[in-house]
Design a protein around this ligand. Structure first.
Ligand SMILES: [Zn+2]
Length: 413
């Protein structure tokens, strides 16, 4: 239809009904003598008639066949079909109980090739719902992510409850609520970075923690050759590297669950990359401007390039930052900034011992991260592992009024 309309330079203008004299007259002056055939119609109208939504949905053909067969047998689907073809009664109370949940959606329901559709979503008969639920939860995403994906593709009564119950009951999801860390060898890491950069382009800046694989000659040479700025956050303080930490956590969980479930980890990752996030965009859309084809049904229009509203994405990131800072600030102790050259006490091995060593600030990396010279070495450290050496520790009490409750805030100076 878009192609047919391209010939015209359309100007849309609102005209009141009473001023549409010609159209009104013609619509009442029908020649009843011969029946209207498809050939009599304007090709444009024929195109509109022939739009096949089902062709625009990419779905495994065997699943589609099973849905077709089940729709034929399913009583609810048959009653639904009758209503779609013959029209709905004006009162909801007069329709049968089983199709009542569809009454509010009646304007969106159509039949195509024996399948009932609600817009781009397939109305799945009861028989196939378990299979579809399994597909939707292929990469063991959480409740909300699985729901977002479901609402994109399929439709049936109580879909939300069914998805939520399935995720809650999933043994693999329960087993992997928290994930452990794993290490990657240096050369393998560089190799993997190169492969990804060849596909998606070279980033301007890489932010990492100061873990072993990111220090040393090899990594520095790689950064220089690829013209990348490398920034590090202090070790033992994963919050500074929060963005990467949370992405890794998600990816590792997806992979672990896929392995546990005997599934293809690449399909699981693909599935995750195509799952819309809270801002409405899937990771693939943010990186490539479109969804990518997977084994799940998808509307063809979503596979095409679309403009991504970067403003909306940024606003969402800012909003999340404000929220997380709010919660962080509420529990964080306020520590004053330190200056270059200042004498401090530093925890060199905060994970092993609470021992403090004497040192000096050699560089201010950010308002929370510093580089410290101590015991003949140089260490990047977060503010929470540093103490001003000039003043002895004292606890000063100040009270903050918070929604009627007295909250005590201890400030260490
Ligand atoms: Zn699961």
């Amino acid at each position: 239809m878009i192609l047919s309309l391209q010939r015209y330079d359309l100007q849309v203008q609102y005209v009141k009904g009473k001023d549409l004299i010609l159209a009104d007259t013609l619509s009442r002056n029908i020649d009843d003598s011969k029946p209207v055939t498809a050939e009599d119609c304007d090709p444009l109208w024929r195109t509109i008639e022939e739009v096949n939504v089902l062709q625009g949905i990419d779905i495994q053909s065997n699943l589609l066949d099973r849905i077709k067969q089940a729709t034929q047998k399913d009583e609810t689907c048959q009653i639904l079909k009758l209503h779609i073809v013959n029209g709905w009664p004006s009162e909801k109370s007069t329709v049968m109980e089983c199709v009542k949940p569809f009454y509010a959606l009646r304007a969106e329901l159509v039949i195509q090739d024996g399948v009932i559709l609600r817009g781009n979503r397939i109305v799945v008969p009861a028989e196939n719902r378990q299979d579809v639920l399994k597909l939707l939860h292929y990469s063991h995403q959480g409740e909300q992510a699985t729901l977002r994906k479901a609402r994109d593709i399929v439709c049936w009564p109580n879909l939300n409850d069914h998805v939520q119950n399935m995720v809650k009951a999933c043994g693999i999801c329960n087993q992997y609520k928290n994930c452990q860390q794993y290490e990657e060898k240096k050369t393998e890491l560089i190799d993997r970075c190169k492969k990804n950069f060849s596909r998606l382009g070279v980033p301007r800046k890489i932010i990492t923690d100061s873990a072993k694989q990111f220090v040393g000659k090899e990594w520095a040479q790689f950064m220089k050759a690829y013209n990348i700025i490398h920034a590090t956050s202090a070790p033992y303080h994963h919050e500074s590297n929060g963005k990467a930490e949370s992405a890794i956590k998600i990816a590792k969980n997806v992979i672990k669950k896929a392995l546990e479930d005997g599934k293809d980890i690449w399909l699981a990752l693909l599935d995750w990359r195509n799952t819309p996030q809270t801002d409405g965009y899937a990771p693939s859309q943010k990186a490539l401007g479109r969804r990518t084809r997977s084994i799940l049904p998808v509307a063809a229009c979503q596979l095409q390039l679309q403009t991504v509203d970067t403003k909306k994405i940024r606003e969402n990131i800012e909003l999340r930052k404000v929220k997380s800072n709010f919660y962080h600030d509420r529990k964080a102790q306020e520590l004053p900034m330190l200056l270059r050259g200042q004498e401090v006490y530093v925890q060199l091995k905060p994970q092993k011992t609470s021992e403090w060593s004497r040192g000096r600030i050699t560089e201010v990396l950010s308002d929370r991260d510093y580089r410290v010279a101590a015991n003949g070495g140089s260490y990047p450290r977060n503010r929470k592992f540093l103490r001003d050496a000039c003043t002895p520790i004292q606890i000063e009490e100040s009270t903050v009024q918070e929604s009627g409750n007295q909250t005590t805030l201890y400030v260490i100076r």
